[in-house]
Structure formats: C-alpha cells, structure tokens
Design a protein around this ligand. Structure first.
Ligand code: IPE
Length: 256
C-alpha cells in the first residue's frame, strides 16, 4: 500500500479563498486509478483552510468566542473541498470513505496525542480507499488546534508501514534552497534523510509550517525505513510514474 498526500497548493488556488482546482484533482485521481495501486489518500486544505485559520488565529487555540465562527467556517470549508475530492474519486470508480480527523485524532498543545486508526483498518480490509485531510480538531489544552495532513501522513505511515509515501506538491521536489525565492536553487534528486536541508518558512499564508514543516515530517517518515517521493502535481504523469515505480523528475528521500 502507498500513502499519497495531495498538497493544498496543488488542488486549490492557495491565494483565492475556497477555490478548488477541479481539473487538476480529476487528473491526479485519474493517475491514481490508472496505477491500480491500493492507497490511503490524504489531502491538504489549501485556500479552504489556511486563509480562514489565519484570519481567526485558530493556530493559537481557543482564546475568544469569535473564533467559533472561524472554527465553523474552516471545518465546513475543508469538508467542501473533501467533497470535491470524494466526487472525483467516485467518478473514477475509486470507492472511498471520508474520515475527518475531528473524529479520530486528539491533540494536546498543538501536538498529536492520540489517533484511532480502526476505521482505516476496517476500510482497507474490505477494499475501500480511506481518505482524510488537514483540518481543525479538538485539543485538550488549547480547546482546538490545527492538524495538518502531513502529521496525519506521518502517523499513518508509522502504523501501516506503506511501501512508500508520495507528497504531491506545486514544485518539482525538494530544493537546496527556496525555489520561489532563488533562481539558482538546485533540485535534490535523491537524498538520505539526514542530508535534508532545513527549509525556510513558506512565503504563502500557512498555519502549518509550510515547506519547513513538511521537510521535518518527511525526515521522520524516512527514519521509519520508508522511501518518500516528492513530486510536482502540476506536471502530468509524475504521480502516476511515482506510484508505478518509474523514474520521474522529483526528489527521492531514501528511508533507512
Ligand atoms: C491544513 O492542512 C489544515 C487547515 C489549515 C485547516 P495541511 O497543512 O495539510 O494543508 P496544505 O497541504 O498545507 O494546504
């Protein structure tokens, strides 16, 4: 089994509120279908989550009642995006079940404290594809906090030990420095997890740490002896190629 994370910056227009990139979602789902691989699908929130979460300062936890409106908007919005992904999966005959992290994750002070993966096990055992996503969840200490799709991927990987993990992002892979800032940034084609660079924070609105946070998660997954691929979801067949073991442009982080 393979765990795939579709980044919010690929499946949404990250700068425009609640704008899904439906054609991209359909193409990526088609690539998954064509690969015939069994997967767990995790997707980000993009502009359905980050903009609202930032506006209502949800990453700081529950401080005032006016944030309840932000909680409502954020959670409803990510559910709308999730519904778009679910419809695309259905239209491509990938029968799936949506598992919102609110119902199986508990956080403590912004860190994942407890995760119940029984529903994932049950869906996999009958051949239903589990789908989850970055969302707002309850937190013992803070009232609520943001649980990123990347943290879900890490915890799912520790438990299910997939044959590999694929992060689909809006860049060709991991670079030695921020490619959005530096023209001479070099793509790292293959790298051991201890050699991963420490990334700068994303230049876009982001409450879950941007590329820096993602690299930390990738390091942790690779430490579990799982290979991690980072590929560009805006380029046709890169996801398909990485699912089926073809050599595609991207970054391979070697697990071990
Ligand atoms: C963010 O999830 C969740 C919210 C802001 C509610 P992710 O961190 O997984 O989303 P992307 O991939 O960065 O958009």
């Amino acid at each position: 089994m393979i765990i795939v994370k579709l980044g919010g910056s690929v499946i949404t227009d990250k700068k425009r509120e609640n704008r899904a990139r439906k054609k991209v979602i359909d193409r990526l789902v088609r690539e998954i279908k064509k690969s015939k691989k069994e997967i767990i699908l995790v997707h980000g929130a993009g502009s359905f989550g980050h903009i609202h979460a930032k506006e209502y300062k949800l990453d700081r936890g529950f401080k005032s009642r006016n944030q309840l409106k932000g909680f409502h908007i954020t959670h409803s919005s990510v559910r709308i995006l999730n519904q778009i992904v679910m419809s695309s999966l259905y239209n491509h005959d990938i029968f799936s079940v949506s598992l919102p992290p609110l119902s199986f994750v508990e956080m403590n002070n912004g860190k994942l404290k407890y995760i119940d993966l029984k529903c994932f096990e049950e869906s996999i055992s009958i051949g239903l594809t589990p789908v989850t996503f970055g969302d707002i969840v309850f937190d013992d200490e803070l009232g609520f906090s943001i649980c990123s799709g990347d943290i879900l991927v890490l915890n799912l990987s520790r438990y299910f030990k997939p044959e590999k993990v694929i992060f689909v992002i809006d860049e060709d892979g991991i670079f030695d420095k921020d490619p959005k800032k530096y023209k001479d940034a070099k793509l790292l084609r293959e790298i051991k997890y201890d050699d991963l660079p420490v990334a700068e924070k994303s230049i876009y609105t982001d409450v879950t740490g941007g590329m820096g946070g993602k690299i930390e998660v990738i390091r942790e997954i690779a430490k579990e002896d799982i290979d991690v691929l980072v590929v560009n979801g805006n380029k046709r067949d890169r996801l398909f190629g990485s699912l089926t073991g073809k050599k595609v442009k991207g970054t391979l982080v070697i697990g071990g």
